[in-house]
Write a protein that binds this ligand. Structure first.
Ligand SMILES: Cc1cc2nc3c(=O)[nH]c(=O)nc-3n(C[C@H](O)[C@H](O)[C@H](O)COP(=O)(O)OP(=O)(O)OC[C@H]3O[C@@H](n4cnc5c(N)ncnc54)[C@H](O)[C@@H]3O)c2cc1C
Length: 339
């Protein structure tokens, strides 16, 4: 089969050229979504190291199977290599990352500067998050900033891109060409306000959404029904978050300790009844991907598994979701730079 031109490696400098008609960036993710393809993204969990090879090692298994790689921003309020550092390394070798920005650690002056810096090195996707509170991390004494929340951050990025201005009104001579996203937690109460919260994010500028892990499909379907009622499925691309559960014990722990994640009893019972719980967790994740594909208004999946990038790659390939596409993000140039 001929190589799908969607997956030619990007040239970081190309992101500064005029985007295609109707696009706000030269992002590969935006292009895949606007072409109506089922997009696949995953996250790279940042190393506790200053070694670039640690980033490339984590990215390598994902590079063949995803349309974009998210670089998390101190999720769980734990310090790791920065999202901006990871994205700079990834764009240097032709990957197409999503820069995640949490509002917890930086004020508006720092964030607007980071956005320009990121765009200058070829970052074309940014995910806007309020972020986990400092209290859940391993340095709870850190000073929380929260100058913005996700909504004001979305508005700021849109202003910078569309009006070529900082929040102060000062002109930006070359605006960042970025595809702007946000997160959503569809499966935690209060359920009835989840879609309305999404609407606010869309009105503030969100063009794509990546959700938290979904294990409760009927609950997510109800959320999507409300999203469609509000007409949001025509305004924003929704990527459903999925991930493999390692065991029933891990699933119970997640349910009890990770805000935003609901693992229903029947999923835990299925894991408990399995001979190899890890294998069953992988099968459940593959089934979830296939189910998500059938839900109207879902444009893709965001496959997450903390520091298990090889497993994510297997899941995506075995799910059949790539439909024979050659997701070779890593081209000749990337390989040369990496070796
Ligand atoms: C895909 C994904 C990636 C993530 N990556 C990171 C990361 O890199 N770093 C990190 O620190 N965290 C990360 N998180 C965690 C995320 O910040 C929390 O899950 C957060 O609670 C919800 O996302 P948000 O940041 O967009 O918050 P928001 O949706 O902006 O919510 C912020 C606050 O508003 C409240 N709120 C939420 N919904 C409503 C509503 N309907 N009405 C009124 N108030 C409401 C919440 O309680 C919360 O305190 C990620 C989450 C997801 C789903």
């Amino acid at each position: 089969m001929a190589q799908d031109s969607l997956f030619d490696p990007i040239d970081p400098l190309k992101v500064h050229t005029k985007p295609p008609e109707g696009h706000s960036s030269n992002s590969r993710l935006e292009r895949v979504l606007r072409q109506g393809r089922f997009a696949v993204t995953s996250e790279l969990n940042p190393p506790d190291s200053a070694n670039p090879e640690d980033v490339y090692d984590a990215a390598r298994p994902l590079s063949e199977v995803v349309d974009s790689i998210n670089a998390t921003d101190a999720s769980g309020a734990n310090c790791h290599m920065s999202s901006l550092g990871i994205c700079s390394l990834l764009t240097r070798v032709g990957y197409s990352p999503v820069l995640q920005i949490s509002c917890r650690d930086r004020n508006r002056i720092a964030i607007q500067g980071d956005v320009l810096g990121a765009a200058s090195v070829g970052v074309a996707n940014i995910l806007c998050l309020t972020g986990d509170g400092v209290g859940v991390g391993d340095q709870p004494g850190a000073k929380p900033v929260f100058d913005f929340d996700s909504i004001s951050l979305l508005r700021t990025l849109r202003t910078m891109r569309d009006d070529s201005m900082f929040l102060s009104g000062r002109k930006i001579t070359q605006p960042p060409r970025i595809f702007i996203g946000a997160a959503e937690n569809p499966c935690i109460p209060p359920y009835e306000v989840r879609a309305e919260r999404l609407k606010k994010k869309v009105e503030a500028g969100a063009q794509f959404i990546q959700t938290n892990y979904i294990y409760d499909v009927p609950r997510f379907e109800r959320f999507m029904a409300r999203v469609r009622d509000l007409g949001l499925d025509d305004k924003v691309f929704i990527l459903a978050g999925v991930g493999p559960l390692a065991s029933a014990r891990a699933a119970k722990w997640m349910r009890a300790n990770v805000p935003g994640i609901h693992v229903p009893d029947h999923v835990i019972e299925r894991l408990e009844g399995a001979e190899k719980q890890g294998e069953e967790g992988k099968r459940i994740c593959i089934e979830l991907i296939q189910q998500m594909r059938e839900i109207k208004g879902v444009s893709g999946v965001h496959v997450m598994a903390y520091r298990r990038e090889e497993l994510v790659s297997e899941i995506i390939q075995e799910s059949g979701v790539l439909e024979g596409r050659h997701a070779a993000l890593r081209g000749r140039r990337a390989r040369k730079l990496e070796t």
